[in-house]
Design a protein around this ligand. Structure first.
Ligand SMILES: Cc1ncc(COP(=O)(O)O)c(C=O)c1O
Length: 395
């Protein structure tokens, strides 16, 4: 079964009693038992729930593995992986511009209990090999990264990770299984912020962990129940609904992103466009090899003053100024004051996240409308810059 068909058919047969084509929501906390301890596979919804189980089956099938566990958020999913595999004294390697919340989780929760969090430029294979020689427990990869869309070679990092006995975890949120299959490139564990493209409508928070090996998955499944950060059945049902159109949606998101990246790269107020689908993007060749599409996010470094950049982000007609990404409605974000504000400014600048960077998550609107909206804002910045230049030259 191919991916677009999996999205609609896996674990979603018609309901047997009434024939309802869409499986119902099992909005229940508990299940009646025939006799003490004898039940039909479900006893309590924190432990297992039929709607959640359907969603886990679909996600596992999309990533091409047998094991998935969904959580109440992407960070709860990440936390389960880290709690399962990182002990005081263990080392984890991360790339510099990993998602801000992941950075905070590692540095504010796991580092204080004695875990060693080391930031390495994964594009520098020699540096990665040197750091790996210290036997890290986990190598954590996000590709494309948030927000600069850097691309890392998953297969190359997986060879280094496995040569040193580390687990390779890949955050596949940005690419989605439509464009990237990390397990086929050597990942041991894949995590998702389901909140984004998988659910796809900016109406819920959810996360997922997937694993190929039962033995790798077991501690995560245990923590899902033991710690209890599970999503509600209704949210699982909404995600099942969202996933039915996943393939169509992410292709359209990517078409809109490419149109925006190509057009804005020529605008004088845009210093730099980050989009792996552009030939000039440093990760373009690797992305073309390991992905089947370049994703839906575009980041822009603007030439104006920070105040102008903030004004640009605040006044778009179709791009709501909001955290998050991957929904049908376009969003714009100023990472320095929003998603990545938890990273100290010096550190942010060091890893290449200037205050003039904006991240766009083009939705499914008409590309022409989105472009008009962005160009209106950029032209305003350009006019202000021209006036400033004229005033300076008259002095
Ligand atoms: C790449 C990436 N991973 C993980 C997360 C965390 O997911 P959540 O917000 O669902 O907890 C995010 C959130 O923005 C993200 O962008």
């Amino acid at each position: 079964m191919r991916l677009a068909t999996q999205c609609i058919h896996v674990a979603q047969p018609a309901e047997p009693v009434t024939g309802a084509v869409v499986p119902p929501i099992f909005q229940t906390s508990t299940f009646e038992q025939e006799s003490p301890g004898v039940h039909r596979g479900f006893d309590y919804s924190r432990t297992n729930n039929p709607t959640r189980k359907r969603l886990e089956s679909v996600l596992a099938s999309l990533e091409g593995v047998d094991h998935a566990a969904v959580f109440a958020s992407g960070l709860a999913a990440e936390n389960a992986v880290l709690q399962a595999y990182l002990r005081p004294g263990d080392c984890i390697l991360i790339p510099p511009d990993v998602y801000g919340g992941t950075f905070r989780l590692l540095n504010r929760v796991f580092a204080p209990i004695g875990c060693l969090v080391e930031t390495i430029d994964f594009a520098d294979q020699a540096a990665l090999a040197r750091a790996s020689a210290k036997s890290p427990r986990i190598i954590w990869l996000e590709t494309p990264t948030n927000p600069r869309l850097l691309i890392y070679d998953v297969a190359a990092v997986s060879r280094i990770a496995h040569a040193h006995g580390a687990l390779l975890v890949v955050d596949n949120t940005f690419a989605t299984p439509v464009f990237q299959r990390p397990f086929s490139l050597g990942a041991d564990i894949v995590v998702h912020s389901v909140t984004k493209y998988l659910a796809g409508h900016s109406d819920l928070i959810q996360g997922a962990v997937l694993a190929r090996e039962g033995a790798v998955f077991e501690p995560i499944k245990f923590l899902q129940n033991a710690c209890g950060a599970v999503p509600a059945p209704f949210d699982c049902w909404l995600t099942l609904r969202g996933i039915k159109t996943l393939e169509l949606r992410v292709r359209r998101h990517a078409e809109n992103a490419l149109a925006i990246a190509e057009t804005l790269a020529r605008h004088p107020s845009v210093a730099r466009v980050y989009y792996p689908g552009l030939a000039q993007h440093p990760g373009h060749a690797v992305a073309a090899r390991q992905m089947t599409g370049f994703g839906g996010i575009v980041s822009l470094e603007l030439r104006g003053e920070v105040a102008q950049v903030r004004e640009f982000a605040s006044t778009r007609k179709y791009f709501a100024l909001a955290e998050s990404l991957g929904g049908v409605k376009s969003l714009i974000c100023h990472p320095a004051s929003m998603t990545h504000a938890s990273i100290p400014r010096d550190e942010r600048l060091r890893i290449g996240l200037p205050d003039t960077l904006v991240r766009l998550s083009p939705g499914l609107e008409d590309a022409e409308d989105l472009l008009e909206d962005l160009l209106t804002g950029l032209d305003t910045i350009e006019e202000q810059r021209t006036r400033e230049r004229e005033t300076t030259s008259c002095r």
